[in-house]
Every structure is written in C-alpha cells, then in structure tokens.
Design a protein. Structure first.
Length: 308
C-alpha cells in the first residue's frame, strides 16, 4: 500500500475516423493529444475523501461517497474500489484542456484516477487492467460508450480500436495534424440519438456508411505507416463526405473545412468526434499566417497514462 502522494496523468483524445460507427462494433481511429489531466492522490489517516479541481470542491466519507455530478467519474472510480481502499484520501485534479472543447476530458480523468487508485491499493497496474476498469467506470456513469476515449488516454499514440477491446493497433509513427475549433458545440448524447433515429429509419444506408468507415480505418493505418499523407488526406476527405451524409455537418462547418483544404500545407480535413460542431482535424500543417479560424495547437502524444 502506497503511503506517500501518488501523481498520475492521462492525455486527452481526438477522433480521426469512425465516429458513430464504433458504437456499432466497427473500427475507429483515435489519437491521444498533448493536453493532459493530472490526478494527485494523498492518503489520509482517516476515512474522509476530498476532491478539488477547477470545478470546485467535494468532501465525503469513504463509506458513503454521495453523488456529485461535477465529480461523477472520479466518484465512480472510488466506488469501484471501495472495499480495497486503505482509507481516506485527498485528490487534486489539474487540467491542461482548453475550456472550449471536451477532448475526452472525462475519460482522461477516469483513466488517471484509476491508475492512481490501483497504485494506492497495491494492485497490478498493467495498461490493459487500467483500461478495462476505466471503461467500466465510464459506462457506469454514461450507461454507454465505445471506450475509444479511454483507449487513447490509456495507451497513447495513434491507434485503431474496436469497442470494448484492449487489443489495439498502435501506429508506429506520428503524423502532423492541425486542430481548429468550429466555434460551436453540440450535445453528444443528442447527436448520437439522432444518428440512431436515422439508422432506425434507414438501417441499410447507415450501415453501409459505417462499413465504409470501418474499411477506411485499415487503409488509414497503412497510409500512416507508409507516411503517405496524401492518401491519408483523401481518406479523411471521404470520411467527411460520409459524416455529411449522416447529417453531421452544415454550411458553417463545411466552410471551415474548405478553408483548411485550401491551405497549401493541408492534405485533408474533417470533423472530429460526434459532429455538428466542436473540433475539426486536418492532416498537415497550416502555411497561411493569416488563417482565419481558431487553431488549438494540439499535437499527437505517444505517451498514455503515467504514474509517479
């Protein structure tokens, strides 16, 4: 049992390919980014649990752990190990994430907290175990989820992923990306609900799109391995077309994507994530010093979860 403070951190994520399809058992491509969530856990001599973060503060007892929506993922982790916790603890959460975007912050804090708690409880902390337990906690809170966020936060790098599987294919090289904020956000559960309604109305058409997204992940992994950014850009552009067919883009988002594609340093661009807003990801590096949209300055991180 660890008696001194434990510091763990996990990266955020971006989806490159396979959004929504991954919820139906298909592959996606996801990457970790160089913005991290850090959890510092300090054991206490009593049974009190305290949490502090930019969201505020929480205090409770190890035996009760009353609900608090601000800390639902952290509390889910603590509850999942309740019988193994040596006592109480103070948890401090620090975030490097831009406030305007999600970037998988819930998964990152869940993975970081799981790694810290497993270390505190002297439990094995192989990556597969951290991933499996983190995903269980995320699904306890959300009642659904592919686990792609948790996979990126756990394993790091650029990887292809099947829902719920800890057997991921990590690309052996990095790649240049640009990430632009669209200026608008959508509520992911509502977007997912809309896609499910579309699939109920036209299952064959939507499943065909999902199947093409699946195959594109395999092609994209080969392109990344070969460092063929032109081919990867074409795959990204085609997947943007598919997201448009699913009703996930609009004229505002299309115009930003067109601006990205018009830059000489960009090979392809598409929406990242659920769609209808948030982030747009492009392959390459913007050359125009006067590019008119908000760039987030994100890079792919090869480092997954760490524990000190």
């Amino acid at each position: 049992m660890a008696s001194s403070s434990i510091r763990s951190s996990a990266p955020g994520k971006l989806m490159l390919l396979g959004e929504h399809a991954v919820l139906r058992g298909h592959r996606c491509m996801v990457c970790a980014v160089d913005r991290r969530m850090t959890v510092t856990l300090r054991p206490r001599a009593d049974d009190r649990i305290s949490i502090t973060s930019g969201l505020g503060a929480y205090s409770g007892s190890r035996q009760v752990l009353e609900d608090d929506d601000r800390f639902c993922f952290l509390l889910a982790v603590l509850r999942s190990y309740r019988e193994q916790l040596p006592g109480g603890c103070d948890i401090d959460v620090q975030s490097e994430f831009p406030e305007i975007t999600g970037l998988g912050s819930s998964a990152a804090v869940t993975v970081a907290a799981t790694a810290a708690v497993r270390t505190w409880c002297a439990l094995p902390h192989e990556l597969n175990l951290i991933f499996t337990d983190s995903l269980a906690c995320i699904r306890e809170v959300q009642k659904t989820g592919s686990g792609a966020d948790a996979a990126a936060s756990t394993f790091g790098g650029l990887l292809t992923y099947f829902a719920g599987s800890a057997d991921v294919a990590v690309a052996p090289v990095n790649l240049p990306i640009e990430v632009v904020y669209s200026g608008m956000k959508a509520h992911t559960p509502e977007v997912v609900k809309g896609i499910e309604a579309r699939r109920t109305a036209s299952a064959a058409a939507v499943d065909q799109i999902f199947q093409e997204m699946d195959v594109s992940c395999e092609r994209a992994l080969a392109a990344v391995t070969a460092r063929d950014w032109t081919q990867l850009g074409e795959i990204m552009n085609r997947n943007q077309d598919l997201m448009g067919q699913l009703g996930l883009s609009d004229s505002h988002l299309d115009s930003i994507i067109d601006d990205l594609r018009g830059d000489s340093g960009i090979f392809g661009a598409k929406l990242s994530g659920a769609g209808k807003g948030d982030c747009i990801i492009a392959i390459g590096n913007i050359q125009d010093d006067d590019f008119p949209h908000a760039r987030l300055g994100l890079r792919i991180s090869k480092q997954g979860v760490t524990v000190d």
